[in-house]
Each structure stands twice: as structure tokens, then as C-alpha cells.
Write a new protein. Structure first.
Length: 414
């Protein structure tokens, strides 16, 4: 416990950077219609060979068993097709406001003739999902999740994507399939590979989009939530009403385990964090929760004094606390929402406070960095492999990284 307080005090000092409590909404709604956290190719180049294969366009698939664009509820080329496949009986406006569904984007043509087998690599995962959805498993809000297919080599289908607000790169889609989850007016791009057993990871991803913040009702639930060694069982309607599957090995092998806890007696204030949490759904290591229970707030404050600290600073008995677990220890960051001279969103705060040393730089551990858009980090990580081969050079690299992160981003590994 002493170490937790020590780490909290250190991070509180580091986090005295411009922040505010409420999520900074985009001035133009178009700015956040596409939640695309897929990693750039330069970032992927820093992964291990095994990781690159899992997240590369150059993964062959069984084209005879799963031909390209073979899985789903139907092709879409216009709005009527889309509404029909998605089961929407009213209007596009209604579906755009309340609807949801998966869009599997592939191409029946390739920019590299003779490499067509690469275009079907999403079909195995989609088949695993479709078999469940077709049997009315994993209903969302009482309705079946449908899978529409879009051919990126079809100009009419590309025009449809643009019409509904989905930005797709035709050439990129002809190199690598894409999977997008549409949910109530926004598009979320799948970022975690195409292996069939990734179905579990994808279902939890959908759950975090539909239910971005879980509610804590009891002290026991709170203790389990902030325990980094135990995978929390999701109790949202999505999993309560459907067959539950734990993340299992995905959680066990995760180097980052982050919990963001919102404590506030005012329910309206909790809603300010919903958009941030939904836009961070791509991080399977991260889960948001909140509690408005007075007894839980008092119990938590008695142990950590966070709420009282904020009350002294801004007159509000509230707290947003991030628990990070890496290098076999837990660190805590308190959102310092008392600075009124500049702005930083909850999304930025949580990502910055999730950064820490990891053994394997991969699609999961890279997400906090990529979402914060810290391009200079590309230069920092270009020689990660040296760390394991040359101890003297490794120490030099670590010193360099510490200096850059501390000076540019107010972050310190130590």
C-alpha cells in the first residue's frame, strides 16, 4: 500500500499538465464519426516477426474453404441493400440513430494479380461470428447483429460507404480486408487480427462499445475491478443475456492492464466520460467503471484520500483514478481536473497515464501511444531489439527514451 501511495504522489506531480474533467467534444461531428485506431505501417514495422504476421496483409488464407466476401447476410451496393441486410424496416435516419451492425469490407480484385488468397483472410473470423449470430446468439439490445459485405472494388459500393459517412481507402482495402462495427452513428474499425479464436476478443470489443462504462454497486465489485490479477466478469446486458466467454489467454498474456474508475455522487457528471470510454474500446486491456454509491465513495476515500483531495482543490467530492499494472506493480494516476487554464480530455489523460515499459511492443501495447499520436516515439522504438543484445547500448537507449518522454510528454518511466 505504501508503494501505491508513493507511485500516486509521483504521478500526481507529473500529471499537473493542462487538463479538464469533461470530454472535449469535436466542434464538427464529422471529426469523430470514424473511430479508426488501426496502427500505421511504420508502427507495425516495429513489431516482432510473429506479431507482424498476425497484423499483416500478407497472411494467406484458405480461399477454397472461405472465398473472399463469402460470409455474411448479404452484399450492399446502395442504401436499400444496406437497410434490407441490416433488418431496418423504417428509414436510414432511424438506423443511423439507433442501429448497429458489422461491415466486412474486402475486394474481389487485387492490386497484385496472383495474390487473391490474401483477400479472404477475414472470412474465417467472420464465419465464426456469423454462425453464432445466425443462431441468435449475442443479441444486442434484443436484436441480432448482422454482417453486411461491401466490395471495395465496386465503385457503387464505395459511393455507398461515402454516402453513409464511412471513409475507406479503396487501394488499402484491395490489399487487406477491413472490419467495421457501426453503432448509433459511428464507425469503429477492428484492429486485432483475423484468427478465428479472436472472436472472443471481438465480442468483448462490441461489449465495450455498447456498454463503455460498467457500474459498481458493492465494495466487493470494486475490489475485484481494481485487482489487476483477476479478469473481471462482464455483467452488462450483452453478456448477461448471451453465452459468456472470458477473454482468457488474451487477458492472461496482456502486458498492460488498466482500470479507469470514476467516483461521483452526481450521475450527470458520469455521463461526461461515456464518449471517451467508447472511443477507447479498442484497448482490450482497459475498462472503465463508475460508482455513485455514497458508502463506496467514502470507503475508497478513507483508503486513498482522492475525493477529499479534489474537494479541497475544486470544491467537488469526486475523482477519476487510473490503475495501471505493468512490471508486476500497480501505479495510480489521479485526474487533476482543477487546472482551469487549458484543456486535456479524459481520453488523452487515460492514454498518457497508461504508458509504461513493456517487454513486447505489439498491436495491443502500442495502442496508448498511437492514440495519443506521439510520432517522435517512432524514432525511439526503432532499435528495441538492441535492448536484448547489448546491455550497454540498452542502457543508452533507455536513458534517451526517459529524456524524450520526460521533456516532451511529462512522462517518466522511473
Amino acid at each position: 500500500m505504501a508503494q501505491l501511495h508513493k507511485d500516486m504522489n509521483r504521478r500526481q506531480h507529473l500529471n499537473r499538465m493542462p487538463v479538464r474533467k469533461k470530454f472535449k467534444h469535436p466542434k464538427n461531428k464529422e471529426e469523430h464519426l470514424n473511430i479508426d485506431n488501426r496502427l500505421s505501417n511504420p508502427l507495425r514495422c516495429l513489431f516482432s516477426e510473429k506479431e507482424r504476421m498476425l497484423h499483416s496483409a500478407f497472411v494467406d488464407c484458405d480461399v477454397e474453404k472461405y472465398p473472399t466476401l463469402s460470409v455474411g447476410d448479404g452484399f450492399v451496393r446502395n442504401l436499400d441493400d444496406l437497410l434490407n441486410v441490416m433488418g431496418e424496416t423504417e428509414s436510414f435516419e432511424n438506423w443511423n440513430k439507433e442501429g448497429f451492425g458489422l461491415l466486412g469490407i474486402s475486394s474481389l480484385q487485387t492490386v497484385h494479380p496472383g495474390q487473391e488468397e490474401r483477400l479472404c483472410m477475414s472470412e474465417d473470423l467472420l464465419d465464426a461470428l456469423y454462425q453464432d449470430f445466425e443462431q441468435d446468439k449475442y443479441l444486442l439490445h434484443g436484436k441480432r447483429i448482422r454482417i453486411a459485405r461491401l466490395d471495395a472494388s465496386d465503385p457503387q459500393a464505395v459511393d455507398l460507404a461515402a454516402e453513409i459517412g464511412l471513409k475507406i481507402d479503396k487501394v488499402e482495402a484491395m490489399l487487406e480486408p477491413q472490419l467495421v462495427f457501426f453503432y448509433k452513428g459511428e464507425f469503429f474499425h477492428w484492429n486485432h487480427g483475423w484468427l478465428r479464436h479472436y472472436k472472443v476478443k471481438l465480442l468483448h470489443w462490441i461489449n465495450r462499445i455498447a456498454y463503455p462504462i460498467k457500474q459498481i454497486h458493492t465494495q466487493e465489485q470494486l475490489d475485484k475491478f481494481i485487482d489487476p490479477h483477476v479478469e473481471n466478469r462482464e455483467v452488462t446486458p450483452f453478456f448477461l443475456e448471451n453465452p459468456y466467454q472470458a477473454q482468457g489467454s488474451f487477458f492472461k498474456n496482456s502486458e498492460l492492464r488498466t482500470r479507469a474508475l470514476i467516483l461521483d455522487e452526481n450521475m450527470e457528471e458520469v455521463h461526461d466520460a461515456y464518449l471517451s470510454a467508447r472511443h477507447l474500446a479498442d484497448r482490450h486491456d482497459l475498462r472503465f467503471a463508475f460508482s455513485t454509491n455514497t458508502q463506496i465513495l467514502k470507503s475508497f476515500d478513507k483508503k486513498f484520500n482522492f475525493l477529499t483531495m479534489n474537494q479541497r482543490m475544486n470544491g467537488e467530492y469526486e475523482a477519476l483514478v487510473v490503475f495501471n499494472h505493468f512490471e508486476k506493480k500497480t501505479q495510480m494516476g489521479l485526474h487533476p481536473n482543477h487546472n482551469e487554464f487549458a484543456e486535456q480530455s479524459i481520453l488523452e489523460f487515460v492514454n498518457r497515464d497508461s504508458m509504461g515499459p513493456v517487454d513486447d511492443f505489439n498491436a495491443d501495447t502500442a495502442l496508448p501511444y498511437s492514440i495519443v499520436e506521439m510520432e517522435p516515439l517512432l524514432l525511439i522504438f526503432t532499435q528495441l531489439d538492441i535492448w536484448e543484445k547489448d546491455k550497454k547500448e540498452a542502457e543508452h537507449q533507455r536513458t534517451f527514451i526517459d529524456v524524450v518522454l520526460r521533456d516532451l510528454y511529462n512522462f517518466d518511466y522511473q
